[in-house]
Design a protein. Structure first.
Length: 324
């Protein structure tokens, strides 16, 4: 019996499997990255994926490895380890945790929106979760101190909760359906506060920028601003269907005899509807912008432009990990 030919060592697994210059390619990539089933993988499975990926990158092809197995290992590795630091990410901060965590939190935010204590509690839970996600999926490899992290967390969650309570007070005398959209407005506003605050170190010190071959050229705060803006837009887009569609459906269902007879089904129904929206919204909104974003040298800080003109004269575009 003939042995299967050995896999060539030339497959570029530093890049995603699908063409990232197209929305379809990015969507296929993020459907794999955000797959909640990745959360069920054992520590041994994650370490095995890391071993396969690191061996292959070093030029060693494990015997019997197929291309599909290699890509599967790469996506398991990417789902659990930070692309810049290589550290294992917090479980609930991984993108594969987005659907189960967000469907639970968002479903409860939409269900328990009528009282101020409930708004306060669920907005705090949501922004605490967002802070973990924003820290876990930050760009760059510069460390952040516990005091910086604590200050950013308190500022972000306070700003988000105050926004939610302010919006709630404005809608007291408006129709119920308007009140149902307060959580979405608060989440959208909070994303504009939480993400920049949790990633403020990037805005001050910059994030690593590279040439097309991955050679590090320096750090840029201008690239950080572009990266964070793209993430804010993606996150608001991610929340929109899950927080805009279920309220309309639930508003109609609550007028029916069925939910009046079984009111305890309200929360599970809401969570289920949110989950259905998030399964599609999460990867599709992550795919709005390439993970490896690019920027023209002329848009960088003047000091970095001047250095690149001397040290890397032929480079016109720089690349950076925008975070998620």
């Amino acid at each position: 019996q003939r042995m299967a030919p050995s896999l060539p060592a030339t497959i570029n697994i530093r890049e995603p499997r699908w063409d990232q210059s197209t929305f379809q390619g990015r969507a296929r990539h993020f459907f794999t990255v955000t797959d909640p089933r990745n959360l069920l993988l054992s520590g041994a499975a994650l370490e095995e994926a890391r071993r396969v990926v690191e061996s292959y990158r070093a030029g060693t092809v494990p015997p019997g490895l197929t291309e599909d197995q290699l890509w599967r290992a790469k996506y398991i590795y990417d789902s659990a380890f930070h692309p810049d630091t290589g550290e294992k990410m917090l479980l609930i901060g991984r993108m594969s945790a987005q659907v189960p965590m967000n469907m639970t939190i968002t479903g409860c935010m939409l269900t328990f929106y009528r009282t101020t204590p409930a708004v306060l509690f669920w907005q705090w839970v949501n922004q605490s979760f967002n802070a973990i996600v924003n820290y876990t999926n930050r760009s760059g490899d510069a460390p952040i101190t516990p005091s910086q992290l604590g200050t950013a967390y308190v500022s972000a969650t306070t700003g988000a909760v105050v926004t939610a309570l302010g919006l709630k007070s404005l809608t007291k005398h408006l129709p119920t359906i308007i009140g149902r959209y307060v959580p979405f407005a608060a989440v959208a506003a909070a994303n504009c506060i939480n993400i920049p605050l949790m990633r403020q170190r990037e805005l001050k010190l910059g994030i690593p920028v590279t040439d097309e071959n991955g050679n590090r050229l320096g750090e840029s705060a201008a690239a950080a601003r572009k990266a964070i803006l793209q993430v804010v837009v993606s996150r608001i887009g991610m929340a929109a269907p899950a927080m805009a569609i279920p309220p309309v459906i639930m508003n109609a269902l609550e007028k029916r005899a069925f939910l009046k007879r079984y009111p305890y089904l309200n929360a599970p129904l809401q969570v289920g509807l949110v989950g259905l929206c998030l399964v599609f919204a999460t990867p599709l909104c992550c795919a709005l912008f390439p993970q490896k974003s690019s920027m023209h040298v002329s848009r960088l800080e003047p000091s970095l432009q001047a250095r690149l003109r001397e040290e890397a004269a032929g480079v016109e575009l720089v690349y950076f990990n925008k975070g998620l």
